[in-house]
Design a protein around this ligand. Sequence first.
Ligand code: PGA
Length: 229
Amino acid sequence: MSKLIVCNMKMNLSKEEIDSYLEKLENVNLSNVVFCPTSIYIPYFLKANLNVGIQNISRYKNGSHTGQISLDQADSLNIKYYLVGHSETNNDLKEINEKIKLSEDHNIIPIICIGEKERISLENIEKFIEEQLDIILKDIKLSKAIIAYEPVWMIGSNNKVDTFTLHQIMKKLKKVVKKYDISDIMTLYGGSVNETNIKEILSIEEVDGVLVGNASLDVCQLLKMKEVA
Ligand code: PGA
């Protein structure tokens, strides 16, 4: 079975660049790729029949919250995924839990980002992951969720991914997620994934896919990454 590639395109690309990006992806089978473009570009990705995720959602259901987008609104557009807890969105853990709770009544799947802020020992990373998940997933009951382990210090860094340590962490993560009331949980890795390291990262059995930022903005790189996923 193919592994999943989630493209976190952040606040990048102009409308012209999006047009050219989508044109290059025409007629490519992208069933295992999810695109999370800047929100204003989402309709173009939907029109191209691609799997779409939204980069963040509001903790509120609706109302006077200027600049925010609700889960109901995203769901009504047929958006299938949303990122939550990404380190660039500055959500606190309680807020992340509230957001995930909202998706209990929807089919839209949360891609929950967790990861330590700075380099710490393997033992401390494992402890950190368990503690974070206990708060984030407290009293959550879902049929499907995706956890993306993303060490914050690896994001956009181009640091080498230490696949030996990553394997230990992902094994632990797979074990830990079993205790929550979520029937189907996928576990991804994110942080400086690119065309040169993706194969080794995806060769780790417990890595079900990757969350890719910078490298997903370049169609050539994306297609090379797709080839090995
Ligand atoms: P990066 O970003 O691939 O550029 O490190 C990943 C992310 O922020 O999700």
